[in-house]
Design a protein around this ligand. Structure first.
Ligand code: MG
Length: 203
């Protein structure tokens, strides 16, 4: 399976990192070795001193598709969850300056903690799902899928023009504002509406 991540999908987050609003969805990949599930702890890697959390709604692809038209895109996922797009911000800033790829900054081992998934049918409107992240019990990020520049359907359609989507692929749909650093001992807890979906301790 592959993990596809959308960058720059919430206006307020784009502003906080001084980026431009993209004319089409920007995406990058994480390898399957980035996955961290079952609420296992995240071990702070030695190669970075500025690891950031980015909480994102995650779609789980349920069938193979390519060149998916937007009006059919919602048929290609039936579960929604949350994931943390853990980012070595220092390595990413360095890569940006030199116009180098983000593979290391975004794709290192354990850089994709994911929580459990909820059936899409649990939600009356997938374009209006609220979520938030607590760091040591204090809310640091709040988001709602209604605030995304590109909808779930836009994203699936766009990616599938370039890459075949397969069952089990995960799509991280972008982070809202409020990203920030973690340190050893921190506890991250993420919620969809009021339901806790993900817990991750930094060790
Ligand atoms: Mg992200």
């Amino acid at each position: 399976m592959k993990i596809i991540c959308i960058g720059r999908n919430y206006v307020e987050h784009i502003k906080e990192l001084n980026n431009a609003i993209p004319a089409e969805p920007v995406f990058f990949l994480k390898p399957d070795t980035a996955l961290l599930n079952r609420n296992r702890p995240f071990y702070y890697p030695a190669f970075s001193s500025d690891i950031h959390y980015e909480l994102e709604l995650v779609l789980k692809i349920n069938k193979v598709g390519r060149h998916i038209q937007k009006q059919f895109a919602s048929n290609y996922f039936d579960e929604i969850g949350l994931g943390l797009d853990m980012t070595a911000r220092d390595l990413q800033e360095n890569a940006k300056k030199k116009s180098l790829p983000w593979a290391v900054a975004k794709g290192f081992d354990q850089s994709a903690p994911i929580g459990r998934f909820l059936p899409k049918n649990n939600f009356s409107d997938s374009a209006n799902i609220s979520f938030h992240l607590e760091l040591n019990g204090k809310t640091v990020q709040t988001g709602n899928s209604s605030l995304m520049i590109y909808s779930f359907e836009d994203i699936i359609s766009h990616i599938s023009n370039y890459m075949t989507l397969r069952t089990g692929d995960l799509i991280f749909t972008g982070t809202p504002a409020g990203v920030g650093p973690v340190k050893i001992g921190d506890v991250l807890e993420a919620y969809i509406e009021s339901e806790k979906i993900l817990k991750c301790e930094i060790r």
